[in-house]
Design a protein around this ligand. Structure first.
Ligand code: SF4
Ligand code: SF4
Length: 266
């Protein structure tokens, strides 16, 4: 009981602190807490290895009782509409690059927030996954050892469900949010996964043939990487595509339920 109470107090303090940071940054977002062991067990072997290296001698105690906090920060309207905008007949890469810039900006926000939360709760920040490496690797598999899947953390923290587009789907923000994580040794109330709500929806599969045929492809993520290289050769400045995000936010069965705060231009 004493441990539960301590965990409840810590978790309440986390939510309060997270809201304060969001307000300071003028952002919208979501947070939750996952079991360290549940996340570790689901990661690829190379990512397990990375988590062991990060936690060093403390790995066993983290595995026994540690938590991983997931934090998400959303895009703002109308940024998602800038992805693959074809009002002029062909993709508008100038607009698409505005989305790419937001991707970078939100990563910076997440990095500040994850460091701040780590300091406040004696944790280790796992910063947002950065782009810019797509051309440095020969295959998407070379990229996996460099990251810990924030999506796996967020899923186990009950922030949303795993969508058919393999992204985390939040009930209000769709997959229009970016993620970072913080490993913490102190007790916290850990949440569970949410069952997929995708049902018969297939908007993301309609938007991307790699998602649609992912069962037949050797690894659809490599097709995705090559498609992004193609987009970069056409004028996209960052390692982003996002068509599967736009499809979910704008065309899924939840399109009326998903909402993002508007961007206020200075
Ligand atoms: S990012 Fe683009 S290519 Fe990759 S899965 Fe999504 S829609 Fe398909
Ligand atoms: S577009 Fe539909 S099927 Fe795809 S992830 Fe979103 S809700 Fe699920």
């Amino acid at each position: 009981m004493k441990l539960y109470n301590e965990a409840a107090v810590n978790t309440q303090a986390l939510y309060k602190y997270f809201l304060k940071l969001l307000e300071e940054e003028n952002e919208q977002g979501a947070t939750g807490v996952a079991s360290f062991a549940a996340v570790y067990d689901e990661l690829m072997d190379v990512q397990k290895e990375k988590l062991r290296r990060i936690t060093k001698d403390h790995f066993s105690s983290f595995y026994e009782s540690g938590s991983i906090i997931s934090i998400g920060v959303t895009y703002k309207d109308p940024i998602i509409d800038y992805i693959d905008d074809r009002q002029s007949g062909s993709p508008d890469y100038k607009l698409w690059n505005e989305y790419a810039k937001e991707y970078d900006r939100i990563n910076q926000v997440l990095n500040r927030m994850s460091v701040s939360i780590a300091q406040r709760f004696e944790g280790i920040p796992l910063k947002a996954t950065i782009g810019g490496m797509i051309e440095d690797v020969n295959h998407v598999h070379d990229y996996f050892p460099m990251v810990i899947s924030h999506r796996v953390v967020a899923e186990n923290a009950g922030i949303g469900w795993l969508g058919k587009n393999q992204l985390l789907i939040h009930k209000k923000f769709s997959c229009a949010l970016r993620l970072a994580s913080i490993i913490v040794p102190i007790p916290m109330l850990q949440r569970k996964k949410i069952e997929s709500q995708c049902g018969d929806c297939r908007a993301c599969e309609d938007a991307c043939s790699y998602i649609r045929h992912r069962e037949q492809l050797q690894d659809y993520r490599e097709n995705c990487r090559r498609y992004i290289l193609y987009l970069k050769s056409r004028g996209l400045e960052k390692d982003v595509c996002g068509k599967c995000i736009k499809a979910c936010y704008r065309s899924s069965v939840f399109e009326k339920q998903f909402t993002l705060q508007p961007q206020i231009k200075s």
